[in-house]
Design a protein around this ligand. Structure first.
Ligand SMILES: [Fe+2]
Length: 407
């Protein structure tokens, strides 16, 4: 994120002494991507950021997956994973948190998509494998980070760079759609100037991105942080519980172009056209081998004969995952998909609207829908939670639910 920010106390020049009121030196840490060759920030700690006193294994949960074989479109219903819990109300003992409660739905070697309804405050956590982009389906709260605190609300993407120590503190029950990358998550390159500014044709700009406004300072010794990192465990992911000598939330100031931020879908300006616009106009972010798009309330095609829902398409190079967040997703009418549903349309198989949705869309001027899409360029496998909430019948919906009878 090449957009400079600063917060708290800094020395006038980098790599020079900064002292606290008691005269003690602060400890400077550079957090940078691509080995000193890409975006970075400088953070000033009151404790030594590398001082650890223990490290033990931590089980990051069941990350095993199974191929989508035989190949078919899937309809997953992630709300069912948490529906047995009291739906609203204060946090209680044993309630899931937004980190350790995650259930893996879909994943491959580039990205993992999980779902969690977080109620309790999470432990301190850091993803050492890649950036995370967490979409807030509903709920409010704060993400406390070494860069400061981020308030979140429904419709936010919370983008947290790799290796950022943080914790989720919901102020109300929070339904979270978690996109964990093995790379960095950034705005599409075509939206950016050669120096990294968001261009005029981009559907959002720097003013819409909200970084930390206030530092989070905490005191303590022997503080545990859960770290997700590369390993041999299923999915190539392992976990460790590392104990820091002093509290990691000891940053008195930082500046740079690398930090967590939020972006709300309300601030996205949909690009519309005279006839149907292809999904790349709805793109928000991208990582290695995947993109994130959103379909938002918007005026639709104004050609007098336009068909506003998509044509059938074989996205031959990608698997497409849609998360239906709000409204009435026009193209899926009649398929069993509703708010809270997830569909997977795998590569190697064409997909498109339910046949009745095509006629019904002609003449429509506005679509009231909110959906988040992840397109991956390598096949997605299905996690244990995905297998648990697969409706098992979505694949036959385009044929009116009919399934061949084999003798
Ligand atoms: Fe599609």
């Amino acid at each position: 994120m090449t957009f400079y920010r600063r917060l708290g106390d800094l020395p006038r020049q980098r790599h020079t002494a900064l002292r606290g009121p008691d005269g003690r030196l602060r400890y400077e840490e550079l957090m940078g991507e691509e080995g000193f060759s890409s975006d970075s920030s400088l953070l000033y700690h009151s404790g030594v950021p590398s001082a650890i006193v223990d490290a033990v294994a931590w089980d990051p949960g069941d990350l095993s997956t199974r191929a989508n074989h035989p190949l078919r479109p899937l309809h997953l219903q992630p709300h069912r994973l948490f529906d047995d819990r009291a739906d609203e109300g204060a946090a209680g003992k044993g309630d899931p948190d937004a980190v350790t409660g995650r259930r893996l739905l879909l994943g491959n070697a580039d990205v993992r998509i999980s779902y969690v309804v977080g109620t309790a405050a999470s432990p301190l956590y850091r993803n050492g494998v890649g950036d995370e982009c967490v979409f807030v389906e509903s709920g409010t709260g704060t993400v406390e980070t070494v860069f400061g605190s981020l308030a979140y609300r429904s419709g936010d993407y919370v983008v947290i760079p790799r290796a950022t120590t943080h914790r989720w503190v919901p102020s109300e029950r929070s339904r979270l759609y978690v996109i964990e990358s093995n790379s960095h998550i950034v705005p599409p390159k075509r939206y950016l100037s050669r120096f990294g500014q968001l261009l005029e044709h981009a559907p959002y700009c720097e003013r819409d991105l909200h970084g930390p406004e206030e530092l989070v300072l905490a005191e303590g010794t022997e503080v545990d942080v859960l770290i997700k990192h590369r390993g041999d465990a299923p999915g190539g992911i392992a976990g460790s519980r590392v104990t820091y000598a002093t509290h990691p939330f000891d940053v008195v100031g930082w500046d740079g172009c690398l930090y967590p931020f939020t972006f709300n879908v309300e601030d996205y300006m949909p690009i519309t056209g005279k006839v149907h616009q292809p999904p790349p106009v709805h793109q928000v972010f991208e990582g290695d081998n995947f993109v994130i798009c959103n379909f938002l309330p918007r005026k639709v095609d104004y050609h007098e004969g336009a068909i506003p829902v998509p044509y059938y398409h074989s996205n031959v190079d990608s698997d497409e995952v849609m998360f239906y967040v709000a409204g009435d997703y026009e193209a899926r009418k009649g398929s069993g998909i509703g708010v809270g549903s997830i569909s997977l349309h795998p590569g190697g198989h064409p997909h498109g609207p339910q046949p009745s949705a095509i006629e019904a869309s002609i003449g429509r001027e506005f679509f009231d829908e909110v959906a988040v899409m992840v397109d991956t360029f390598r096949p997605l496998e299905v996690g244990v939670a995905g297998q648990e909430v697969d409706d098992g019948v979505y694949a036959w919906a385009w044929a009116g639910g009919r399934r061949a009878v084999r003798s």
